[in-house]
Structures are given as C-alpha cells and as structure tokens.
Design a protein around this ligand. Structure first.
Ligand SMILES: C[S@@+](CC[C@H](N)C(=O)[O-])C[C@H]1O[C@@H](n2cnc3c(N)ncnc32)[C@H](O)[C@@H]1O
Length: 195
C-alpha cells in the first residue's frame, strides 16, 4: 500500500478544507433527515470525536444524546453526553425512548466482533420506538465488514429501510485515506419485538 495514500485529503480535512464522501453523506443526507424533524425528537448518536463536535448544535431543538466510553473524547459530546458503552444504555433510558439511533464508525472501531455487535444492536432495538430508525456503518478494512447478516437482532428485529433521499438501504462511499476505502452505510427500521 502507498503510505501517502489520501494523506493530502486527510490533512485538508483536519484543516476544515475538505470533507470525504462518507462525511458528506452522513452530514448532508442522514443527519438532515432527522434535523428539526418532529418524528425524530429523540436521537442517540453513538461515538464522538473532534470532527463531530458541532453535531449537537445542529440538533439544539431536539434531544440529541451522545454516548462514548472515552474520557479523552467526552468534551466532544453534547449537552446530554453519557460516558459509557452503548451496551449499557439501559442504565440511563427507558425502553423505546429513542426515535433514531445513529451508530456511524463504531462497528470495527470498538465493537470489534459479532457478539459485541449483537449485544449493542439488541440494546439499540430495546431503546428504539416501534418504527424507529437505526443507521449503521462498516469499513472494508475493519472487523465485521460484510458480516452484519449474521447479527440476529438485526434480522429478527429490523427491516432494511431505504433512506428516502438515497432510495436504498445500503450505500457505499469511499474514504481516500483508508487502505480499503469503502465505508458502507446501512439503514434499518425497527419492526417487531425480538423473538
Ligand atoms: C471512529 S470514532 C467514530 C465517531 C463518530 N461516531 C463518527 O461518526 O465519526 C469511534 C468512537 O466510537 C467509540 N466507541 C467504541 N466502542 C463503543 C461502544 N461500545 N459504545 C459507545 N461508543 C463506542 C470510541 O470510543 C470512539 O470515540
């Protein structure tokens, strides 16, 4: 692999002069669907970082909860930030509390095997209302990519749901500085209690 691959874009992104395709889709399509949308008054955003620090401000009129176990990253959370793993959500919220869960860049970045993903998705299912939406992503160079069909909580409790703006439940983008550049978004809607 070329060690300089995507480095220019990466530095330009850190300087705020470039957005990779995955970030454009997340910010301009996914988050825009939920922003100021009365059907999505309560949103859970899983995992924070410096480059998402402005997201809570985009949702100032909604309940936008962030969760991440990292102490170092806690300053990037919003007004309602929880320093914990998403698997422990039940300690803080009642079942069916959220209208949408956005879990971008967490599978393969902390949730690194299928049992861990199964636990996290099960908890998200418990805390989404019926008809609530779940956004996931995987990266081609990270664990669990292409394996989510094996996650029982997903196949039994959700249906793939085309995001209206994109017209598809699965959308592939490219991140120039990843060794294998595909970053895949997967959209789901909660349909039923888990069997
Ligand atoms: C690559 S960053 C992604 C940040 C953000 N979600 C985004 O859209 O870019 C991954 C973050 O997920 C957090 N994370 C990893 N496992 C987690 C878990 N089980 N629950 C909540 N956050 C987790 C990490 O601490 C890290 O800050």
């Amino acid at each position: 692999m070329n060690p300089l691959r995507g480095r220019v874009e990466w530095v330009r992104w850190l300087m705020g002069r470039y957005r990779p395709e995955d970030r454009r889709v997340l910010e301009d399509v996914v988050l825009q669907r939920y922003r100021r949308n009365p059907n999505f008054a309560r949103i859970l955003f899983v995992g924070v970082a410096g480059y998402v620090r402005h997201y809570p401000r985009m949702f100032a009129e909604q309940t936008f909860v962030t969760i991440d176990p990292s102490l170092r990253r806690a300053p990037f959370g919003g007004r309602w930030h929880i320093r914990d793993r998403v698997e422990n959500l039940g300690a803080y919220f009642a079942p069916s509390y959220f209208d949408a869960v956005v879990m971008n860049g967490v599978i393969g970045w902390g949730l690194n095997d299928l049992p861990a993903v199964e636990r996290a998705i099960t908890v998200c299912h418990q805390h989404l209302r019926s008809g609530g939406e779940l956004l996931l992503s995987t990266d081609a160079d990270k664990p669990c990519h292409g394996q989510l069909a094996q996650v029982r909580a997903l196949s039994s409790g959700f249906v793939p749901a085309p995001l209206p703006t994109l017209g598809t439940p699965q959308y592939t983008t490219h991140v120039p500085w990843h060794e294998k550049s595909e970053h895949v978004f997967l959209f789901f809607q909660k349909r039923s209690p888990l069997a």
